[in-house]
Design a binder for this molecule. Structure first.
Ligand code: SAM
Length: 285
């Protein structure tokens, strides 16, 4: 098979298999080797790595991953792509093609089947319509993944890596940074895909922390408080939280002061540590 990242190969394959791009599945295939190289380099894969690839498409990134990794488990939802992948990856004996929906896949089981590898890495040019659920599933399930290198919509990447104080900082920034350190790898223009998407992209790397960024007594409650704080971004923390948590303002004000948090601040100025301190105090009462 000719170079998969060449636009003419993509056209040739889609014609041969009468493949129709499914917009609802976020199908935009990469046609630029530089981007593939950036993903490979950033992910630091080697022969001791097990790679779980999300959405292999016609196998462009998969073939490159197979050259560097010990094994690649590639999960693809679209059954029309399976025969294509079987052809494009026929010479890669360390690739397992799995026809499944990533959101319905038991990642723990998938990883536990493989005992021979030192680290497990998740890599993918993600289907943009479900980026956040995919990332949160991997983080929340704590299945032993060491890091995640993904291409995603630029705006979502900006929110994942945002620091307190700006408009991009919100509950997604806190959820991701609670579990990971976020590194920006590259900005990606829309013209490196077929078909061309309507948005620009970024490649980011999420390195999963050994311990979360802050100690919280009850994680479920912590995320509830964070979401509550951001539920009305323009309101003060006091107003947003008293309505989200259905709490008396006087009581909440007292508590915020005990945590050294000025009640007139807005949620977007609070660090993860401050949210954690506040949640733990709320939990105590
Ligand atoms: N990796 C290929 C590339 O870079 O050219 C394709 C990337 S394309 C942006 C996203 C891929 O994810 C598509 O092949 C699509 O069919 C697949 N996909 C969409 N939803 C999925 C899901 N829920 N589970 C697994 N794969 C999915």
């Amino acid at each position: 098979m000719d170079k998969l990242f060449s636009p003419s190969t993509v056209h040739q394959i889609t014609k041969k298999y009468k493949f129709k791009f499914e917009k609802s599945l976020g199908q935009n295939f990469l046609v630029d080797y530089n981007i593939i190289e950036k993903i490979i380099t950033a992910s630091e894969i080697n022969k001791e790595s097990l790679v779980v690839e999300i959405g292999p498409g016609i196998g462009t990134l998969t073939a490159a991953l197979a050259q560097h990794a010990g094994k690649v488990k590639a999960i693809e939802i679209d059954r029309n792509l399976i025969p294509i992948l079987q052809e494009t990856l026929e010479n890669e004996d360390n690739v397992e093609i799995i026809h499944k929906d990533i959101l319905k896949t038991d990642l723990g089981e998938l990883i536990a089947e493989e005992k021979d590898y030192k680290q497990v890495k998740v890599i993918g040019n993600l289907p943009y319509y479900i980026t956040t659920p995919i990332v949160m599933k991997i983080l929340e399930e704590r299945v032993g993944v060491s890091d995640i290198t993904i291409m995603l919509q630029k705006e979502v990447a900006d929110r994942m890596k945002a620091k307190p104080g700006g408009k991009d900082y919100g509950s997604l920034s806190i959820a991701v940074q609670y579990y990971c350190e976020v590194e920006q790898v590259a900005s990606v223009p829309r013209n490196v895909f077929i078909p061309k998407p309507n948005v620009d992209s970024s490649i980011i790397r999420l390195v999963i922390r050994e311990k979360p960024a802050a100690y919280v007594i009850d994680e479920g409650f912590f995320f509830k408080v964070v979401r509550g704080g951001f539920s009305q971004r323009r309101k003060t923390l006091l107003n947003a939280l008293s309505s989200a948590l259905n709490m008396q303002k006087e009581k909440l004000e007292e508590l915020l002061k005990l945590c050294n948090i000025d009640p007139i601040r807005r949620a977007e100025t609070l660090s993860i540590q401050e949210f954690a301190t506040l949640t733990n105090k709320l939990k105590e009462i």
